[in-house]
Structure formats: structure tokens, C-alpha cells
Ligand binder design. Structure first.
Ligand code: URA
Length: 247
């Protein structure tokens, strides 16, 4: 009743248009609803969380003006909910992409303070020697790009690196980062002279890709959603990352 009264007195607008009659149907994840000009946050009917094993040659967006395959095309969730990718993988990088309609969690996970660690399996050209590994572990200066332009340089945070296999012409490593700068893994490895030939994100915080074939997706378990929220500091009593560590 109270909502109907608000509508009747012309206080409610959907996507900028004042609503004069009810009912009015809205898509919570898409439409902008305001009361007296102030936005109302609408929750989706059901929060959905899936992980996709993104193949190569796929953009991490829902639409692509150039007509390339998108992650949105690969996830057809039966709820019909529009699921947004959290963060981005390069067109030619494969691996774990989290997709959800939970805007709170997505915002948290893309905020630098709460960004969870991500592990990539990289196949690089050449033999990655110990002194190069040390450089990667210590961190070094990489240029920053904002809005497509170079905007200074800053030091990368240290990376965790495990050598999986060394061969004469290629090296397999697992590299774990807690920041997500543009093409960071590729740029770091190119800088030590071992360009990436293949890159797969195999882990994101508590989530691993195990059991998901390339190109397929699956819904997260309740336990995985809980662990992710905890890692993002969204569960009471946990802060994900200590404030002090950010200072
Ligand atoms: N680092 C990269 O270089 N590319 C990705 O897609 C992700 C991390």
C-alpha cells in the first residue's frame, strides 16, 4: 500500500521516467528506480554465483561491439538472471571467471583492498632461471595504464611463484598475485625475457577450477559462496585483509 501511495503521488521513477500507474515491471539488475530522485537498491530475486572455465578467444564482457564470443554467451543459467563477470581475463587467457548478479560481492572483489589472491598456471618460452624468479618474487616497476594511456609506473607487489616443470625450451610455473593490473602476468614475464605462451587462471581466492571442463560452467556450492564472502570481508567478524596491511 505504502508503495502504491508513493507511485500515486508521482514520487517513483524508473530509468528517469516518472511512473504513474502500477504494476510496473522492473529487472532488478538492470533498471534504475528512484524515489524522490534518490536511487533505490533492488535485490535480484535470487543471487546466483557461477564459475566459468573461459576458453581462449573470448572477451570477458556481456556484449562485444566487434562480434567476438563473450563469456555471457557461454553461461546460460536457467534462472535467466543476467550474470556479470567479476574482473577480467585477457582475450587469449583461459581459466576461472566468476560470474554473479550479487553486486555487493562483485564490488568488494574488485576493490583493491579486498582483492583476493589469484593463481595462474603459465607456460613461458625459455628457461626461467633462479635470478629471474627472484626478480618476479620481489616485484618491480611496471607502467600503469588508465583509460588506455600510460600513467606513470609503480612497483608490483611481490608474487608467489612455484616452478612446476623446467624444460630446455619452456618453463611451467604457478604464479600467485594479489593485484590485478592490466596484462600483469604477461608483462612481468616478458620483462624477465620469458614471454607467456599459455596462461590459465586456476584459482581465485578459495575457488579452484577443478572438475570444470574448458568452456563449461558450474554453480558455486553454498560453502564456496561463504568462503568467498569471508575472503572479501563480507562476513561479520572477518575483514578479509587487515587494514594495517593496506597502509
Ligand atoms: N595477467 C595477464 O597478463 N592476463 C590476464 O588475463 C590475467 C592476468
Amino acid at each position: 500500500r505504502a508503495c502504491e501511495d508513493l507511485i500515486a503521488r508521482g514520487a517513483v521513477a524508473v530509468n528517469g521516467e516518472t511512473v504513474v500507474r502500477s504494476p510496473v515491471w522492473v529487472l532488478p539488475a538492470v533498471d534504475r528506480v528512484t524515489i524522490d530522485g534518490r536511487p533505490v537498491r533492488l535485490k535480484a530475486d535470487r543471487l546466483v554465483y557461477v564459475m566459468l572455465y573461459k576458453p581462449r578467444n573470448t572477451v570477458t564482457t556481456l556484449e562485444d561491439p566487434d562480434g567476438r564470443r563473450t563469456v555471457g554467451e557461454l553461461v546460460d543459467h536457467p534462472s535467466g538472471e543476467r550474470l556479470y563477470p567479476v574482473g577480467r581475463l585477457d582475450y587469449d587467457t583461459m581459466g576461472l571467471v566468476l560470474m554473479t548478479n550479487d553486486g555487493d560481492l562483485a564490488n568488494r572483489l574488485t576493490h583493491p583492498r579486498y582483492e583476493v589472491h589469484k593463481t595462474y598456471r603459465a607456460v613461458v618460452k625459455g628457461r626461467l632461471e633462479d635470478e629471474m624468479l627472484e626478480k618476479l618474487r620481489d616485484g618491480f616497476y611496471l607502467t600503469d595504464r588508465r583509460s588506455g594511456r600510460t600513467d606513470g609506473a609503480s612497483r608490483t607487489a611481490g608474487a608467489l611463484i612455484e616452478v612446476v616443470r623446467r624444460e630446455p625450451t619452456r618453463t611451467l610455473i604457478d604464479i600467485t598475485l594479489r593485484e590485478g593490473r592490466n596484462r600483469q602476468v604477461r608483462r612481468m614475464l616478458a620483462k624477465v625475457g620469458c614471454p607467456v605462451k599459455k596462461l590459465v587462471r586456476i584459482q581465485m581466492g578459495p575457488l579452484t577450477l577443478k572438475g570444470v571442463p574448458m568452456g563449461a560452467w558450474r554453480e558455486l556450492s553454498a560453502g564456496e559462496v561463504g568462503a568467498l564472502k569471508k575472503a572479501a570481508g563480507l562476513v561479520k567478524g572477518s575483514t578479509g585483509r587487515s587494514k594495517r596491511a593496506d597502509e
